[in-house]
Design a protein. Structure first.
Length: 367
């Protein structure tokens, strides 16, 4: 049985011994596991389960009751005005260090101290699992950052350490996640991902190193779904091709290029087309000239031309895609040529303009 399943079994055991709905969160208040028993539920529990983490306001509230300092069970009173129910907080501690919190919803005061004594053995086992996971994460977070860095010496040391600990397979896929509207990504809930996936923050972005044979896109979609509640504007997610572990930094450049391609959604390097040029830095400074800038300043015209070129110059398909009459399309194309000076009947001109329009749109903000 894998460790995540073992933790879930332990949480279910605590729920059975106490008769209370139980949730387990790690020290970052990310949801690890939850039991059933939803007869009693409030918004705090419901949102924690749906969002896979506690709300920041709730985190601050519970911190005010001293959960970070508690060494034993702590009773948190309810608040009828807000609908918050009473609950027990059991700090999950291992060798004097708190690694998480076990929450028992108890609005009717049915959970007695002797009930809590019955779960001490299960609590110790939970603590051991969380401590092991936390210590591994602490050890690997810096190594992942080094693995993806531009410094060859740092990369070599990271590969050696991760492979020595059995944490790096010969080939990997690299994933980058960033809010589509900019800003920091936040903490990825690693409990929702396969344990072999390495997670770290690189600048404002989240980075995942996904070992083979796991599918990078599947892992990326799971990570994005867990973060979505924090980023209503959506997430831009880039997935590299499969690369050798020592070349993971190249995978990071590929994933970064996919993120910078713009907009929310998952983009894979293998299907990135001309956007692969973004892995070289900022190719827009080379391919976007004054003519293209004039066209980009008129979004309707630029969008029409881009769709036309994306569809290989097919007037029929372009008109259908834009839901406009073909004569309207021809009128816009003539205006675009007049505004920009590009000759859409010249193959070389079309190629240059196509690249300029693809790469000239504002990218997702970098770190």
């Amino acid at each position: 049985m894998n460790p995540t399943d073992q933790v879930q079994d332990l949480v279910d055991t605590v729920a059975e011994l106490t008769g209370a709905p139980v949730t387990l969160e790690d020290r970052d208040l990310l949801l690890v596991a939850s039991s059933g028993h939803d007869d009693d539920v409030d918004d705090v529990r419901r949102r924690s389960i749906l969002r896979r983490r506690s709300d920041p306001v709730v985190q601050e509230l519970f911190n005010g009751f001293g959960i970070a300092r508690a060494t034993g069970p702590l009773r948190i009173p309810g608040d009828p005005a807000s609908g918050r129910l009473s609950r027990w907080c059991l700090p999950v501690r291992w060798r004097g260090v708190t690694y998480g919190y076990l929450w028992l919803l108890d609005p009717h005061g049915r959970v007695r101290v002797d009930h809590l004594e019955r779960v001490e053995e299960a609590l110790d086992l939970v603590a051991a699992h969380l401590a092991t996971r936390a210590r591994t994460a602490d050890r690997t977070t810096w190594a992942v950052g080094e693995l993806l860095s531009t410094d060859a010496g740092s990369r070599a040391r990271a590969v050696e350490e991760l492979q020595r600990d059995g944490l790096l397979t010969p080939s990997v896929t690299v994933v980058a996640l960033a809010p589509a509207d900019g800003g920091p990504t936040g903490v990825v809930n690693g409990w929702l991902l396969p344990r072999s996936v390495l997670v770290a923050a690189v600048g404002h972005r989240a980075a995942l190193v996904v070992p083979e044979p796991l599918a990078g896109r599947d892992v990326a979609e799971r990570a994005a779904a867990a973060l979505l509640s924090q980023h209503p504007g959506g997430l831009a997610v880039g997935v590299s091709g499969v690369v050798a572990a020592p070349a993971a930094h190249l995978g990071w450049r590929q994933a970064d290029a996919a993120v910078r391609a713009g907009g929310a959604g998952v983009r894979e390097w293998e299907r990135l087309g001309a956007h692969r040029l973004l892995a070289l830095g900022d190719p827009a400074t080379v391919v976007v000239d004054d003519r293209a800038r004039r066209l980009l300043a008129e979004p309707e015209l630029a969008g029409t031309v881009l769709t036309y070129l994306d569809l290989a110059g097919s007037a029929q398909r372009t008109a259908q895609a834009l839901s406009i009459h073909r004569q309207t399309l021809y009128h816009r194309l003539r205006r675009a040529s007049a505004v920009s000076g590009y000759d859409l009947d010249d193959g070389r001109e079309r190629t240059a303009l196509h690249l300029a329009l693809v790469l000239g749109r504002p990218p997702v903000a970098g770190p």
